[in-house]
Every structure is written in structure tokens, then in C-alpha cells.
Design a protein around this ligand. Structure first.
Ligand SMILES: Cc1cc2nc3c(=O)[nH]c(=O)nc-3n(C[C@H](O)[C@H](O)[C@H](O)COP(=O)(O)O)c2cc1C
Length: 407
């Protein structure tokens, strides 16, 4: 059941070009079971109509502070009392400034000042407005007061510029609202999660190795999500240039063989997630000394041997197999077909498939678009920040684990 079921969210829509996306957010919140009240600022009403907002919210939308009927039915205090959470979408530079300064000169800002409920803002504005020292100072003030800030994203903007300032995707905002209202913030408390991440380095000689472009970001983000959901988290990490996240036990390894050994030493565990990009092959001979040119015309030949398949090994364990085994399938073609084959062959419960063709920018990038392949079918997720993907995945795995436990 969604954490939004039976909750009331007050959506405050500011006067920005991204206001239309607030409509999508309202739909998403309603779809997840929330009741939605809405306040539209006067400027907001220049971008979306009160009719669209109230039709989607299923309740009248309000703009004016000095409105007798509305004050008698649902005034600014009552608005905040009725809500479990307030979310400002888009949060304009103006609304952020007023919130930071405690200005209350319309219904939106008065309600925001009068509330003692959790407040989230999803800012959206021109990149220079966002980067302006005034906005950044207001942002710091709001954050320091415990206001959650979602986004903004970086990308092409409606004003024709590029940079940070784009409204976070409505799905992501809805996820953040849902996460903030989770009754049990730590569904993995008392569980042990082992995650592999990063590339492996397979040595040719003491100075050269075969590697791949994996940055380890997705695996590290998964480990942070598992930690935040309460799990004791072990991260078996190939060589990456990422900081060691606090509260996670990191076991650094180089080769696939070392990764397998370190992983097996951590079993049993409740969930094993194999997000590392493990080299399929390694140079058969590891030369003790650096290979030299020595004036030879022909370069040395490198023969390969197969590396151990960590996912398959753990997925097929007769004893000590984790209740939930998750593999990743980074593919450049026939993504779903390959993921389905992998699911069966490797004995995994879930394969998280993604297209890592160079054009997607996923390998080494900050975003990921995944599809979840299980025996039950395929789930298509939108493109999201790798951290967001990680939190959603970990919550999903926690749910699958709970369902397995109760079946
Ligand atoms: C076409 C147009 C687009 C605008 N887009 C934004 C925007 O994306 N973000 C923003 O902070 N302000 C934007 N503004 C400025 C705000 O509408 C203005 O600051 C207004 O006072 C905000 O009112 P509110 O914060 O009460 O909604 C825009 C103005 C115009 C005319």
C-alpha cells in the first residue's frame, strides 16, 4: 500500500513556466491514493487555470487570502491543519525569498508561514535566477530550517538556456513526498545487504590492466539507499574514484576473483545486489614483470580465461543463497531478451536491465533508466537520477523480501 493512501497533500503552485507540471504531480499523488488540496498563486494562475487544477485535484483551488467564503470554509490555517505535507511546485525565486524572509502577503505565503507541517519545495527558474547569490542564500536558509528541496534538475530550459533550474520530474517529486510520509522509514532494519559495485581491474602485468567504464555510482547509490533504509550494508567495491560513504562497510577489491571471494565471505545475507561491471575475461597470464617493447616488431598476444560468474555462483547456491538475489544487465542491444535469459540462467530473482549504449550516456553518467525483469514480467521505470533509482530499487527489494518472508 502506498504511504500516500489516506493522506492529504497541499500543493502550492507558483508562477513559473513549469507550473503545468504541477498538474502532473497532482495526478500522480491522486493515483497513489492521496487527497490533494491546491493553492494557486496569482502569478501561478497566469500559467495554469484554476479549473484545470481543481478538476485534477478534485477540490476547489484557492488563490486569495481575503476571500470571505473561503475563510469561512477553509482558511489559511485550516489549509495547513488539513494537510500532512505541503509541497511548493514550482517554487519560484519569489516564493523562496518570501519563505526565507517570513513574508506573508498572499494565501500561499501566509499558509506557508502558518504551518507546522513538513514542507517541500521543488524550485524551477532560469539558471541565473537560480545561481544568483540571493536565491542561493534563501535556499541555504530554507534548508537550514528543515525544508526539503527536490531538484532542480540540470538541462535545457524553456528560456533557451542550459543549466540547473529545471523542475524535478513530477514522479520524482511524488516519490519524495511518499518517502517523507513512509510510516516505517527503515524497512530493512535488522537486515544485511551485500552490494557489489564498480568495475574490476584484470592485470596484464604489474602496471597494465583490462577494465571497463563503470563508475560505480549506481552501486554506491544503492548502498547508501540500503543504509538509509536501515540495513547493515556491505559494499564490495572494485576500483572507483568515489568517496567511501559513511555507515557502510566497504571491502575494496580489484579483480573478479577477489570480488567473488569477498562476496562469499559475507554470506549469508538477506539481499545480494550485483551491480558491479565484472570483467567476463581476464588475461590468462599475469606477467610478473612489466612487458617490454624490447625493440620487438610484433606486440605481445594476450590470451584470456573466463572469470568466475559471481551472480550465477550465488544465484545457484544450494546452501546459504540469499532470499533475494538481484543482478544487473548492462546491455547495448536486445536489452529485455538478454535480461530474461540472464534471469533464468543465473538463478536471480530480479534483473535490473539498462541500455548502456554510448548514446544513452548511462555508463559513467548521473542518470539511469531501468527495467525490472522478474518471473512475473517487466516493469519500465522512467529516466531518473541514479540516487533516485537506487532508493526506489531498494524500497522495491525490501517489499519483495517482506513478501517472500510472508509467503
Ligand atoms: C513568462 C514568465 C515566466 C516565468 N517563469 C518563472 C520561473 O520559471 N521561475 C520563477 O521563479 N519565476 C518565473 N517568473 C517570474 C514570476 O512569475 C514572478 O516572480 C512572480 O512574482 C512569482 O509569483 P509567485 O511567487 O507568487 O508565484 C516568470 C515570469 C514570466 C512573465
Amino acid at each position: 500500500m502506498s504511504a500516500l493512501s489516506g493522506r492529504t497533500i497541499l500543493v502550492i503552485i507558483g508562477g513559473g513556466i513549469a507550473a503545468y507540471k504541477a498538474l502532473e504531480l497532482i495526478r500522480e499523488l491522486k493515483k497513489r491514493g492521496a487527497a490533494v488540496n491546491a493553492i494557486l498563486t496569482r502569478a501561478g494562475a497566469q500559467f495554469v487555470t484554476p479549473l484545470s487544477v481543481s478538476a485534477l485535484a478534485g477540490s476547489p483551488v484557492h488563490s486569495e487570502l481575503f476571500d470571505l467564503t473561503h475563510e469561512a470554509e477553509m482558511g489559511h490555517i485550516e489549509f495547513s491543519r488539513a494537510a500532512d505535507l505541503l509541497v511548493v511546485v514550482p517554487a519560484t525565486a519569489d516564493l523562496m525569498a518570501k519563505m526565507a524572509a517570513g513574508i506573508a502577503d498572499d494565501l500561499a505565503t501566509t499558509t506557508l508561514l502558518a504551518t507546522d507541517k513538513p514542507v517541500m519545495i521543488a524550485p524551477a527558474m532560469n539558471v541565473r535566477m537560480w545561481l544568483h547569490a540571493a536565491t542561493q542564500a534563501n535556499l541555504a536558509t530554507l534548508k537550514a530550517r528543515g525544508i526539503a528541496v527536490i531538484g532542480p534538475d540540470e538541462g535545457d530550459m524553456a528560456c533557451g538556456e542550459f543549466g540547473p533550474g529545471r523542475l524535478a520530474e513530477p514522479q520524482v517529486i511524488a516519490d519524495a513526498v511518499e518517502a517523507a510520509l513512509q510510516p516505517t522509514g527503515q524497512p530493512l532494519k535488522g537486515k544485511k545487504v551485500v552490494i557489489t559495485a564498480g568495475p574490476t581491474h584484470e592485470p596484464i602485468d604489474p602496471v597494465r590492466y583490462i577494465a571497463n567504464r563503470s563508475s560505480g555510482r549506481q552501486g554506491y547509490a544503492l548502498a547508501e539507499a540500503a543504509r538509509d533504509l536501515g540495513a547493515r550494508t556491505i559494499l564490495v567495491s572494485g576500483p572507483v574514484s568515489l568517496a567511501v560513504p559513511p555507515g557502510i562497510e566497504v571491502l575494496p577489491v580489484e579483480t573478479a576473483e577477489e570480488m567473488l571471494e569477498a562476496t562469499q565471505a559475507e554470506l549469508p545475507c538477506d539481499i545480494a545486489v550485483f551491480a558491479a561491471a565484472v570483467a567476463d575475461w581476464r588475461p590468462a597470464d599475469r606477467h610478473e614483470h612489466k612487458l617490454k617493447k624490447d625493440g620487438k616488431a610484433t606486440p605481445p598476444e594476450i590470451k584470456f580465461s573466463a572469470n568466475p560468474d559471481i551472480l550465477r555462483t550465488v544465484g545457484h547456491l544450494k546452501e546459504g543463497r540469499p532470499p533475494l538475489v538481484v543482478g544487473f544487465a548492462a546491455e547495448t542491444d536486445k536489452v529485455i531478451d538478454n535480461a530474461r535469459t540472464k534471469l533464468a540462467a543465473k538463478g536471480a530473482d530480479v534483473i535490473v536491465a539498462n541500455d548502456v549504449s554510448a548514446s544513452t550516456g548511462i555508463m559513467g553518467g548521473n542518470h539511469n533508466r531501468v527495467q525490472l525483469v522478474t518471473a512475473g514480467g517487466v516493469e519500465d521505470w522512467p529516466e531518473l537520477d541514479k540516487r533516485e533509482v537506487a532508493m526506489r530499487l531498494m524500497r522495491h527489494f525490501a517489499q519483495m523480501l517482506a513478501e517472500k518472508g510472508s509467503s
